[in-house]
Design a binder for this molecule. Structure first.
Ligand SMILES: Cc1ncc(COP(=O)(O)O)c(C=O)c1O
Ligand SMILES: N[C@@H](CCCC[NH3+])C(=O)O
Length: 438
């Protein structure tokens, strides 16, 4: 079931009219569906939990650590925590948000190529499940931090399997020249070093080869290599109890595209690396969040260029609200929020008000004919949308609304201009100066 569907001539998120939300909260705004977040988490987890080959020797189901970077709104995290989600985090801020939302430390994984000493200390004192170590200098710093706290750091080593995949070069992580993880050779040496270090407990290995992956083949290739490396470590007398296979499964941004289903993914995983006598971890982000959210925007006006004849649909959302099209040439479906009464269509360049040519959501898109004041929804904007927002051009961050059945709540309000300005502080040598008193 699609939780953003057209009923009575207008788009709803579950039981709530998007038009009404836009009128009450103002545009641009993000709208999320609780039921969709829950359903996506359940479909993915159940598919993996159903595979006997993926149970740990102690009968633990795989840990599903939602990649909080995709959407870390506290209300979203709590919605997922209530479904049993863990968290894949990449900063102290994300660990703190996960804990605040009720995700227990034993379900928190900490990845990232540049963890600071302070962040490592925070993670160790919190007692999280594991730190995914991505380099030799990181392992050595972690050892010092753990020693200074009198703690032992549970780690997995992130291997870069040399299989890159993903929807765009900027979101491919598993290539030999990407900054993430170490080569298998180096990982095996580091694992031995970690096993000999009283401050480190090496638990296993991890990989994550990219994001928006719509083909199982590269994942299968990487996982099959991971299997070999687990066996190689064990053959060298080292114990391997955990295997973290990352996230990366793609979603259908186009109506036409059909990425692999979670069931197909789970079967592939079970066949490729099942029954290894380890506890598995998965770190899905986009799969859980992308289609659980939309960005709602109002058409400011239509500017038709006299010379080129181009029609610019100028909307009140911009690249600072949703940067994916500018950054990765990403495609988002754009749909009218209120069903358009005519069959007439028009070809638009959809642009925001920011002072950059890159502030273009799409070029030459055929859409139903629209007019100033109409509402449009950028679909599949629940992942890497609001979290990547900025206040560029001094535009306040778009608010976020979470819908649950017929209820809704603003879960991050739009800051007022005064709040925006009060965050900045004048140095002593500049006198407070106001041109306007109001
Ligand atoms: C280590 C790690 N885990 C999980 C994710 C989540 O990826 P996705 O949102 O594509 O599932 C990422 C992002 O690519 C990542 O770098
Ligand atoms: N921000 C990217 C995904 C990055 C995945 C995190 N490693 C996107 O919007 O597609």
């Amino acid at each position: 079931m699609n939780h953003f569907d057209i009923r009575d001539g207008e788009m709803h998120a579950e039981g709530v009219s998007i038009r009404e939300l836009a009128e009450r909260v103002g545009t641009p705004l993000y709208v999320y569906s609780s039921a969709t977040f829950e359903r996506h988490f359940q479909v993915f987890s159940q598919a993996l939990w159903a595979q006997d080959a993926l149970q740990s020797p102690k009968n633990e189901a795989p840990l599903i650590a939602y990649a909080t970077k995709a959407n870390s709104n506290l209300a979203v995290l709590q919605t997922l925590a209530e479904q049993g989600a863990g968290a894949d985090t990449v900063s102290e801020g994300e660990i703190r948000k996960a804990l605040t939302a009720g995700i227990p430390p034993e379900r928190i994984v900490f990845s990232g190529v540049g963890k600071t000493d302070e962040e490592m200390a925070f993670a160790l004192k919190t007692g999280i499940y594991q730190l995914n170590v991505e380099s030799k200098p990181e392992l050595e710093r972690l050892s010092h931090v753990a020693a200074s706290l009198g703690l032992v750091a549970p780690i997995v080593i992130r291997i870069n399997p040399g299989v890159g995949a993903g929807g765009h070069a900027k979101i491919t992580t598993g290539g030999a020249k990407d900054k993430f993880g170490v080569s298998a050779r180096e990982a095996i040496a580091l694992y031995g070093q970690a096993a000999a270090d009283p401050n480190i407990a090496p638990m296993g290995i991890a990989c994550h080869i990219g994001s928006q992956i719509t083909d199982l083949a590269p994942m299968q290739a990487a996982f099959s290599k991971m299997r070999g490396w687990v066996q190689e470590l064990r053959a060298g007398g080292l114990s391997v109890e955990r295997l973290d296979l990352g996230g990366g499964l793609g979603v259908p941004y186009f109506n036409m595209s059909e990425p692999p289903s979670p069931e197909d993914f789970a079967q592939m995983v079970a066949l490729t690396v099942g029954n290894l006598g380890v506890r598995y971890t998965f770190e899905p982000g986009r799969l859980i969040a992308a289609n659980a959210g939309i960005l709602v925007s109002r058409v400011i006006h239509i500017h038709e260029r006299e010379d080129s004849g181009q029609k610019f649909l100028v909307v009140d959302a911009a690249m600072n609200d949703l940067i994916r099209p500018a950054m990765y040439d990403a495609y988002h479906d754009i749909r009218p929020v209120v069903a358009v009464q005519t069959n007439e269509t028009a070809t638009y360049d959809v642009v925001g008000p920011v002072c950059e040519t890159g502030d273009t959501f799409t070029r030459g898109r055929d859409l139903p004919a629209l007019k100033a004041g109409d509402l449009v929804a950028f679909m599949s904007a629940g992942a890497y949308g609001a979290v990547m927002g900025s206040e560029y051009n001094s535009r306040p961050l778009a608010p976020e609304v979470l819908v649950r059945d017929t209820d809704w709540a603003v879960v991050r309000p739009r800051p007022s201009y005064e709040e925006m300005m009060n965050r900045e502080v004048l140095p002593e040598w500049l006198r407070p100066h106001r041109v306007r008193a109001d």
